[in-house]
Design a protein around this ligand. Sequence first.
Ligand SMILES: [Zn+2]
Length: 283
Amino acid sequence: MDFSLLNSENAKIFIYIPLFLLGASIGSFYFNLSYRILDLYYTQKRKQFKGLARLKELLITPSNCENCAAPINSLHLIPIVGYIFTKGKCKHCGYQIPLIYPLGEFMFGLLAVLVFQASNNILLSFACLALTGHLIISISTDATHFSLDYENLIWIFAWGLLVNFLLTEQFPGLMDLYVILGFGGFYALLYFFYPRGIGLGDVLFAPCFAFLCGHPWWMLFLNASYIPAVVISLAFRNRNEKITNIPIPMGVYFCLGLFITFACKILFTYFQFLETERPEIYE
Ligand SMILES: [Zn+2]
């Protein structure tokens, strides 16, 4: 990583604010994209828009109200600020805009700043935002429809590889290959012998995610996925329901696990850097 650039702490302040706003805008894009994917691929509109028309509807059509489809004026589209201006309501129909939008935008802005603070690498900041954005798309489809889109996996894979490369300046090695083969074999067996307990999406997603985490981080990935899955499922189940009978959207937790693991990888690299380059901090 290039830490020589912008080493002065004062100079950073002038980057934080635009970076936060840009991060929030990227968050706005991804939350909107998640909504549109659910709307266009998982409803009757699936038949209405096809091919290029669907892509145009997905990426180019200006934002409109989820409830009444009235166009949203550009001032109100500004991340976070727009929500505060409109008091979170559609001007036309009074529809209460879900709080997840401004909160998500804020989290993206914060993430951009935190990654930059830890790495001094603006490209890594943006790659992390894109990776998180595509994780959110998978979380939203799996949480609502128990469905993981393979098209989105390609994006997660590509952004994940870029984040890894920017972080370590290394390409995946032989150990990482063992990880994907091990996970692939394990989940294929599980699917073969216990198909009720696992979806085909999970069989594909889990090994790819473990590969992105790499060795030895796949162990953290496994724990960071399954521990929240079990704890949250137990906490929110109906009293008389057995844990083995609850359908768990594992894709949601794999995404969470990947996010936690990457956050730890970035922190680990940061502390490694501090230890070698600025040992005075540890004295
Ligand atoms: Zn409306």
